[in-house]
Design a protein. Structure first.
Length: 315
């Protein structure tokens, strides 16, 4: 599908740059890699002529950009009830339930959020990962950003990389934390079990900030803010600090039960079969208007029930 043609004159300040470098500055709504691909496909003309990405420009040339959207997602659309927190021409904000896989993969070719998004908005097939900007684990609930245009996708991916999008989570961990703090520890693949992540010296930088919301006898309700976004970051960081999230079957240890716990609390803790983690808030500049936006998702019923049981235990 062809997008809107765009014609601009190369400013003299860009004279001497490679064509792909100049295009990245002239058309910031698109990534440099995508602009380079369009140059190679002949979708960019300079004074009516095709050029190579490495060719130098003199300044003053007329550049005609004829962007073409490609089908980059091959997953099949599937009807699915989506909990839409926000929807406009540039952006979708989804409240993901527990148990829903975000992207198709081995063992999950169908029934994923991506399949549902492609049914809701077929144009997403022309965007990388159907416009999904970041991901949540299967059993983590809460907010996900989805771009609806190439321009929005480029802007949101860039904002995420530059840490301009604020992401806040609600979590319940085992053990009693005395106060808030920051966990700054690199994360990479586990040296033995490659399906897991762990804190490793040669991992990628990972920073997690947290504050205590409520303390219970053997658990803590925390507010978590991500500075980076590594795979399983919150789960790995809290487990590394010996405060694994309640219900985390991958990184958690033995279930913590306070002495003399009521039958109801024991049942609530043992019955919570997913990590107690909810992406509750996103703050960002809207990719089209630039207006600052904040989106919130209420706590899911199972997490509300868990917190109610813990509060009753200390009442």
């Amino acid at each position: 599908m062809a997008l809107d043609k765009d014609i601009k004159t190369v400013p003299d300040s860009l004279a001497g740059l490679r064509l792909d470098q100049a295009l990245a500055k002239m058309f910031p709504d698109y990534s440099r890699s995508r602009l380079k691909a369009w140059v190679l496909d002949g979708a960019v003309l300079v004074d009516g002529e095709a050029m190579r990405p490495r060719d130098r420009i003199d300044g003053g040339e007329e550049v005609e950009l004829n962007p073409v959207a490609e089908t980059v997602v091959e997953s099949k659309p599937e009807p699915m009830r989506l909990d839409l927190i926000h929807e406009d021409e540039s952006l979708l904000v989804i409240n993901k339930p527990a148990g829903l896989v975000v992207h198709p993969g081995a063992g999950n070719p169908y029934g994923t959020l991506m399949n549902g998004l492609l049914h809701h908005a077929p144009e997403l097939a022309e965007l990388p990962r159907a416009g999904i900007v970041h991901r949540l684990d299967k059993e983590t609930t809460g907010l996900l950003l989805v771009a609806r245009t190439l321009q929005s996708h480029t802007a949101l991916v860039r904002a995420l990389a530059e840490r301009e999008i604020s992401r806040r989570y609600t979590a319940v961990c085992q053990g009693v934390l005395t106060g808030g703090g920051t966990i700054d520890a690199p994360i990479g693949r586990h040296p033995v079990d490659r399906t897991r992540m762990s804190v490793v010296d040669d991992g990628k930088p990972a920073v997690t900030h947290y504050t205590v919301v409520e303390r219970f006898r053997a658990h803590t309700h925390v507010d978590v803010a991500l500075e980076t976004g590594r795979t399983h970051q919150i789960r790995v960081h809290f487990a590394w600090r010996r405060h694994a999230l309640v219900g985390d079957s991958v990184y958690g240890g033995r279930l913590a039960l306070p002495g003399g716990a009521s039958e109801g609390l024991v049942e609530s803790l043992r019955g919570f079969r997913r990590q107690a983690l909810h992406a509750r808030e996103l703050s960002l500049a809207h990719p089209a208007s630039g207006v600052q936006c904040r989106f919130e998702a209420p706590l899911p019923a199972d997490l509300e029930a868990l917190l109610a049981a813990l509060r009753e235990d200390v009442a």
